[in-house]
Design a protein around this ligand. Structure first.
Ligand code: NAD
Length: 363
């Protein structure tokens, strides 16, 4: 199969769909890999890294879309890219179709087969191609929160780990899933005093078993939430109710009860945010202040560490990409129901019920 990897064109997207290592594995499986010139630069991969892996560098996205059997990307195809998709071509990338009727219409019209990273499942009921980005965002959250806490950045001027004779920062993490657990581990590693709140008792049992002694857990009742928030230097929002907007767990009125200069890091901003005063920000201008409280609400946090994110995503997508290339999508999906769960569009039809329901289109 000919596998094509174009340069990402969505603004501020520095990741790339194929790493040189993934290209090398595909080539070892007998496939041909074509990569657009400069596609890996944002993630720290030169064209020479791809040619050393056996791939061919191609100048334009047009040439890649015209000849590849499978396109491997990171972000959903942009309008110009969608025009280049062909009938029978396989597209493997993040799609997020439910809130995006224009993209859905174009993919249906193209006749391509599109497998979405975000709906591929695993045997534990998880989402293995979303998890690496949650791990990245979770581990980044205390790092950006620590920067936000610095006085010159508008924060309380509190050091995460304290120093001998001065106590550490108090960090509260709301939501103890993938993002929350990774955030809590890093914050604890920086020396902070960390408490994770969740509403799932099985999850808190698990966290207590594995991380008891590293961080504390508390039930996320409204009462506990505001009581701990009053003491916190940093609050990390990491809740998820699948398929729903994030619940608002701290209201604007409650901001006046928090410590002045406290840092709110709302990782759940891509689901609308879990603080009433959250609004999405960018890496260029990530932090703003409301009622003396600093808010960090970047919706694509993994983009800040494009190299780590690209490699983490590539590690997760590679086995699926190889199965699709080796067997063709039909056989690969027949053999693996978890990969089949990623199938969103085929030959002008929606094949993922939730997207059809969200958009009012029959499958
Ligand atoms: P997850 O499903 O692994 O964890 C979510 C946790 O929230 C679960 O443990 C659940 O029990 C808990 N929860 C649900 N409602 C709660 C409530 N009311 N109070 C307390 N806990 C509650 O999800 P995840 O992968 O950790 O993702 C968390 C959020 O981070 C999602 O909104 C995700 O889209 C977002 N995210 C954002 C970025 C970014 O760049 N901003 C990157 C990755 C993920």
């Amino acid at each position: 199969m000919k596998i094509g990897c174009p340069t990402e064109i969505k603004p501020q997207e520095f990741r790339v769909g194929l790493t040189p290592n993934a290209a090398q594995e595909a080539i070892a499986h007998g496939h041909e890999v074509i990569v657009q010139a400069g596609a890996g630069v944002g993630a720290g991969f030169e064209d020479a890294d791809y040619t050393a892996a056996g791939a061919t560098i191609i100048d334009t996205a047009e040439e890649i879309f015209a000849s590849a059997d499978m396109i491997v990307k990171v972000k959903e195809p942009q309008a110009g890219e969608r025009k280049m998709l062909r009938e029978g071509q396989l597209l493997f990338t993040y799609l997020h179709l439910a809130p995006d009727p224009d993209q859905t219409r174009d993919l249906l019209a193209s006749g391509c087969t599109a497998i979405a990273y975000e709906t591929v499942t695993d045997r534990n009921g998880g989402l293995p191609l979303l998890a690496p980005m949650s791990e990245v965002a979770g581990r980044l959250a205390p790092q950006v929160g620590a920067w936000t806490l610095q006085k010159a950045n508008g924060g309380r001027g509190v050091l995460m780990g304290g120093v001998p004779g001065v106590g550490p920062a108090k960090v509260m993490v709301i939501g103890g899933g993938v993002v929350g657990t990774h955030a809590a581990r890093i914050a604890a590693g920086m020396g902070a005093d960390v408490t994770v709140l969740d509403r799932s008792l099985p999850r808190m049992r698990y966290l207590d078993d594995i991380y008891g002694g590293t961080f504390k857990t508390a039930y996320a009742s409204a009462g506990n939430t505001i009581e701990l928030a009053r003491q916190a230097d940093m609050i990390i929002g990491a809740v998820l109710i699948p398929g729903a907007a994030a619940p608002k767990l701290i209201s604007r009125a409650q901001l006046s009860e928090l410590k002045p200069g406290a840092a709110l890091v709302d990782v759940a901003i891509d689901q609308g945010g879990c603080f009433e005063t959250s609004k999405a920000t960018t890496h260029q201008d990530p932090v703003y202040e409301v009622d003396g409280i600093m808010h960090y609400c970047v919706a694509n946090m993994p983009g800040a560490v494009a190299r780590t994110s690209t490699i983490a995503l590539g590690n997760a997508t590679m086995p699926f990409m190889l199965a699709l290339a080796d067997k063709g999508w039909k056989q690969a999906c027949a053999d693996d129901p978890h990969l089949k769960a990623g199938l969103n569009v085929h030959a002008g039809k929606l094949t993922y019920a939730a997207v059809g329901e969200a958009l009012g289109i029959d499958g």
